[in-house]
Design a protein around this ligand. Structure first.
Ligand SMILES: *[C@@H]1O[C@H](CO)[C@@H](O)[C@H](O)[C@H]1NC(C)=O
Length: 435
């Protein structure tokens, strides 16, 4: 029996009362309907594009999709994250790591020439051993050149031998009188958003810089890679003024060819993504690449990146969430991309014409047994002898359009991150901002 109700919302209330006995459609059906509607719009726009042959429509379609996911999934998260993102404290940082053990030097300089940051996650001992061995050589060289260094490491989920190796490394740093902070943990405390989590952890590695406890000239950031120390040393001492200098990360494909590892982050000065297989870059960049010369880029990381320390004095830090219509550059929402792409956007926002360089001479690998073979492959395509920084082109404006490879939590997975922008998604370019 339906109870009659009066008042402002009576029609609504009576509806509710009416439906008390009737079942509401189950959640599953609603989400299926939602998905069905998206697919329908997708097909409609695709066909429309197919017939009109206009790129703009495809671009709109992706924008529409992104907007949908923002609002349905991530946007409410991002609002609560936004508040947390303002907070950067030691305690907050440690709260991201389960059962943290902190190894810390008693004292350290407040001003260092090189701040070294390393992030390790569930890595093999062979990789860590190789990194420690190269970094030991790097440190000895830096110290010989009277450069002051601080080392910051976060390691989680590694086996006991990895933790032992890092403990030994901390004793070595103590002997060298190098300041350090090494955090060993059981695992990361994940948030439901991978990129958000990663940006938090990266900030933890850089916490002393962000809190302005340490001021650095160069900030050398490592992914869980290994490398050849001479090549990193070159970047630090070559005297080329910069905002970011990056290496290139590679792996050996199943068919034994050399392949670029990170296609998700790198953008050239046209805002485009390199090719996975050789030739990796456009003609201009490739010409410098084979001569082992650095060339300009909009964004890069490549497993190893050297960041200008003054950026941190100007308040830069990693973030995992798009700016919504804040900067004049983005006309609607920023691409929901990787934390490194956000970092690049911010570097260009701070500097105007930023100096971002990819160093063809510096390479990194994620498996220690690939160091040798990648080096051999590169020797075949690059000049044997590195030739410094000759003829670097003058600073340029940022590209007007930048390829967007969105991270959509729950939809994109780590391996699929590049697939999304290559095959499933049409390449989406950010439109020009309002003039
Ligand atoms: C860092 O950036 C500042 C400001 O652009 C510049 O003056 C300085 O030379 C840069 N430092 C290095 C080491 O390139």
């Amino acid at each position: 029996m339906c109870q009659k109700l009066t008042g402002t919302f009576s029609w609504w209330r009576s509806f509710k009362v009416d439906k008390v006995t009737t079942k509401l459609p189950p959640r599953k059906l609603l989400s299926a309907l939602k998905v069905f509607l998206i697919v329908l719009v997708f097909i409609f726009l695709f066909l429309k594009d197919f017939f009109s042959n206009s790129f703009q429509d495809v671009s709109d379609l992706v924008r529409w999709n992104l907007a949908f996911f923002y609002h349905s999934n991530d946007y409410t998260h991002s609002l609560s994250f936004k508040i947390l993102e303002e907070t950067e404290t030691r305690v907050y940082c440690l709260s991201h790591i389960e059962y943290p053990t902190v190894l810390e030097s008693k004292e350290h300089s407040q001003q260092v020439d090189v701040y070294i940051g390393l992030l390790l996650h569930s890595n093999e001992i062979s990789l860590v051993r190789s990194w420690v061995s190269e970094t030991t050589k790097l440190l000895k060289n830096l110290i010989e050149q009277k450069l002051d260094v601080f080392v910051s490491i976060i390691e989680d989920a590694g086996k006991q031998d990895v933790k032992e190796q890092l403990r030994d490394f901390s004793s070595f740093l103590r002997e060298l009188k190098v300041g350090y902070r090494i955090i060993l943990g059981k695992s990361f405390v994940g948030y439901p958003h991978r990129i958000y989590t990663l940006s938090r952890i990266r900030n933890c590695v850089l916490l002393p810089l962000i809190l302005q406890e340490i001021s650095a000239t160069h900030v050398l950031m490592f992914n869980d890679v290994t490398y050849q120390f001479e090549r990193v040393l070159d970047l630090i001492v070559d005297g080329q003024s910069y905002d970011m200098k990056c290496g290139i990360d590679y792996f050996i494909n199943n068919d034994k060819t050399l392949q670029l590892y990170d296609l998700w982050v790198m953008r050239n000065m046209d805002g485009d993504i390199p090719r996975a297989k050789y030739p990796f870059f456009n003609r201009f960049d490739s010409d410098r690449f084979v001569r082992k010369l650095p060339f300009r880029a909009y964004c890069c990381w490549g497993g190893i990146a050297l960041l200008n320390g003054s950026l941190f004095r100007e308040g830069i830090r990693f973030r995992g969430l798009p700016n919504l219509a804040s900067s004049s550059y983005q006309s609607e929402a920023e691409c929901p991309q990787s934390e490194i792409n956000f970092f690049c956007d911010d570097v260009w926002d701070i500097r105007g014409k930023a100096n971002v360089f990819i160093y063809s001479s510096l390479f990194s690998v994620y498996r220690s047994d690939e160091l040798e073979s990648v080096s051999l492959h590169l020797n075949k395509i690059q000049n044997q002898k590195a030739q410094g920084v000759a003829e670097i082109s003058p600073p340029q404006h940022r590209p007007k359009n930048i390829v967007c490879c969105p991270w959509i939590e729950g939809v994109t997975n780590i391996a699929g991150a590049t697939t999304v922008c290559y095959s499933n998604y049409p390449i989406y370019k950010l439109p020009e901002g309002p003039v």
